[in-house]
Write a protein that binds this ligand. Structure first.
Ligand SMILES: [Zn+2]
Length: 464
C-alpha cells in the first residue's frame, strides 16, 4: 500500500502522486513574527516537519518552503506599543522562532522567505491581477474581485451566498463587494511602507503566500499545509489569487492540522490560557513536547494539560529506558541486526504513516517494540543480533518522527535516579549518613525531590 493523504479540497484520503517522481514541493504557512510562538503555532511546525521527515525516509527529495510574515497590522501595533521598529521586532521573533522550533527538533525549511524580502514579486503579482481584471485599485488600496473567481469557496466547501451573508465592509474600506479582500493596503501616516504603482503601502497577508509559492515552488505544487483555521479565508484567498492568475491548480493536496485545546477549553488571549513554547520547554523536555504532539494524529484536535504532559514524560521515559537498557547491554557491539525482527516493526510503522501520517499508530508500534525488547533483554537465550534489531528499531523509527531516545549525557535519567536512591538506602543502612546526605544533595541539584514514606523512598522531578 502506498501513501494516502487526506485532502481538504476533496474531503477524501487520496493516493499521493507527486508532480515530479521522487520529489515533493511543499509549502507550509509560517508565523507572523510579532511575539513568541504558542503551541498552536508549534503544532503545524512539528507535524509538517514530521511529514517532511517521513517523505525523506521514503527516499523523496523535499523542497520545503515556510514563510515569515514580517509586516502586518499586528507587527505595526507591536512596533507602536514597544517603540521599536517593525524590522527590529521581526528580527527578534524570527530568532526566537528558530530557537523554539529548533528545541522541538523542527528542521529549518529549505527556504524561509520573508514578506519584506519578496516585495517585487508581490507587487508584480498584484499588478498582473489588476491587469487581468481580477483586482482593482480603490483609494490607494487594491482589492481582489472575489466573485470573478468562479470556484471561490471550493476549499472550505462554502457557497458564495453563504459567505455573502457574513461579509461586512469595514470603516475606511471602499470595496465594490463586501466579499472582496485586500491585496495591498495604503500606508497610514508614520507606518512602514513600500512604493508601488498604487502609491505607498504594504501587502495584504494572503498575497504574500501566493507570491512566495510561485517564486520558490512554481505555479502548481504538491502539498500546501497549515492549521485548520487557515482554511478560510487565508487558503481560500490564496487559491483565488493564484488560480486566477495561472489558470491551473495551485496545490494538489491541502493538508490541515486540527486545533489545540487547553484543559478542554479553546486557547485564547481572552481566557488567558495561551501557552508559549518558550515557557513550556522550560518546564518540560522539548523532546517530550514533540512526542506528545505526535501522539495524536495531526487532523484531530489535541488537548494540552500539565497532567497529560506528565503522562507523556512517563511514557517517553519508558521508550528511553528500553533504548538505554539495549545500548547498555550491547555496549557498542558492532554485530548486524536481525532483519526479520526489524521488519516486524518497520512494516506496521510504515503502514501507519502511509495512512495519512498516523503518528499515533506509529508511536504504538514503538511501544510494542519497547515491550518486546524488555522481554528479550530478560530472556537469557536472546542473541546479540536480536537485541541489536530492537536497538535499531528504537533508533531508526523514532528518528523518522524527529525523536531521539538515546540519552543526552548531561541529563540524569530515571535509571540513574533509581541507582542513586538505592546507594543512599545502602548508606543509611550502614549508618554512613554523610554519604546518604551527599547523594540527596546530588539528586536535589539535578532537580530530583525525594520523599521518605512508610512504603519506602519515592521520588519526583521538580521543575528545574
Ligand atoms: Zn499562507
Amino acid at each position: 500500500m502506498g501513501l494516502n493523504v487526506y485532502n481538504t479540497l476533496t474531503r477524501k484520503k487520496e493516493p499521493f502522486h507527486p508532480i515530479e517522481e521522487g520529489k515533493v514541493r511543499m509549502y507550509v504557512c509560517g508565523p507572523t513574527v510579532y511575539n513568541y510562538i504558542h503551541i498552536g503555532n508549534a503544532r503545524p511546525a512539528v507535524v509538517f516537519d514530521t511529514v517532511r521527515r517521513y517523505f525523506e525516509y521514503r527516499g523523496y527529495k523535499v523542497n520545503y518552503v515556510s514563510n515569515f510574515t514580517d509586516v502586518d497590522d499586528r507587527l505595526i501595533n507591536a512596533s507602536k506599543a514597544r517603540h521599536q521598529s517593525v524590522p527590529e521586532i521581526a528580527e527578534q521573533f524570527i530568532k526566537a522562532y528558530k530557537e523554539d522550533t529548533g528545541a522541538l527538533n523542527v528542521q529549518p525549511a529549505t527556504v524561509h522567505p520573508r514578506a519584506t524580502e519578496t516585495m517585487p514579486e508581490i507587487i508584480a503579482f498584484i499588478n498582473k491581477l489588476v491587469e487581468s481584471g481580477f483586482a482593482y485599485e480603490s483609494n490607494g488600496d487594491v482589492y481582489f474581485r472575489t466573485r470573478k473567481f468562479k470556484e471561490y469557496g471550493k476549499l472550505s466547501h462554502q457557497s458564495i451566498d453563504d459567505l455573502k451573508a457574513g461579509a461586512r465592509i469595514q470603516i475606511g474600506e471602499d470595496k465594490e463587494d463586501p466579499l472582496d479582500f485586500a491585496l495591498w493596503k495604503a500606508a497610514k501616516p508614520g507606518e512602514i511602507k513600500w512604493n508601488s504603482p498604487w502609491g505607498d503601502g504594504r501587502p495584504g497577508w494572503h498575497i504574500e503566500c501566493s507570491a512566495m509559492v510561485e517564486k520558490y515552488l512554481g505555479d502548481t505544487i504538491d502539498i500546501h499545509a497549515g492549521g485548520t483555521d487557515l482554511t478560510f479565508p487565508h487558503h481560500e484567498n490564496e487559491i483565488a489569487q493564484s488560480e486566477s492568475l495561472h489558470h491551473q491548480t495551485m496545490a494538489h493536496y491541502w493538508l490541515h492540522n486540527g486545533h489545540i485545546q487547553i484543559n478542554h477549553e479553546k486557547m485564547s488571549k481572552s481566557i488567558g490560557n495561551v501557552i508559549l513554547v518558550h515557557d513550556l520547554i522550560k518546564k518540560f523536555d522539548p523532546q517530550v513536547v514533540r512526542f506528545f504532539i505526535l501522539t495524536v494524529q495531526y487532523r484531530h484536535p489535541i488537548n494540552f494539560s500539565d497532567a497529560l504532559l506528565n503522562d507523556a514524560v512517563q511514557a517517553f521515559g519508558r521508550l528511553k529506558t528500553a533504548h538505554y537498557n539495549l545500548s547498555h547491554r550491547l555496549n557498542e557491539s558492532e554485530s548486524a541486526a536481525n532483519e526479520t525482527i526489524v521488519e516486524k516493526y518497520r512494516k506496521p510503522f510504515i503502514e501507519a504513516m502511509n495512512d495519512d501520517f498516523n503518528t499515533a499508530n506509529a508511536i504504538a508500534v514503538l511501544f510494542d517494540a519497547a515491550r518486546d525488547a524488555n522481554i528479550a533483554l530478560q530472556n537469557e537465550s536472546s542473541t546479540i543480533e536480536e537485541l541489536q534489531a530492537y536497538l535499531q528499531v528504537l533508533t531508526e523509527l523514532p528518528a523518522v518522527l524527529g525523536l531521539t531516545l538515546a540519552d543526552d549525557t548531561d541529563r540524569i535519567v530515571d535509571r540513574d535516579v533509581e541507582a542513586l536512591i538505592q546507594n543512599r538506602e545502602e548508606a543509611r543502612k550502614n549508618r554512613a549518613f554523610d554519604v546518604a546526605d551527599a547523594i540527596r544533595d546530588q539528586l536535589k541539584e539535578a532537580g530530583i525531590i525525594l520523599e521518605d514514606t512508610p512504603q519506602g523512598v519515592r521520588w519526583k522531578r521538580g521543575n528545574v
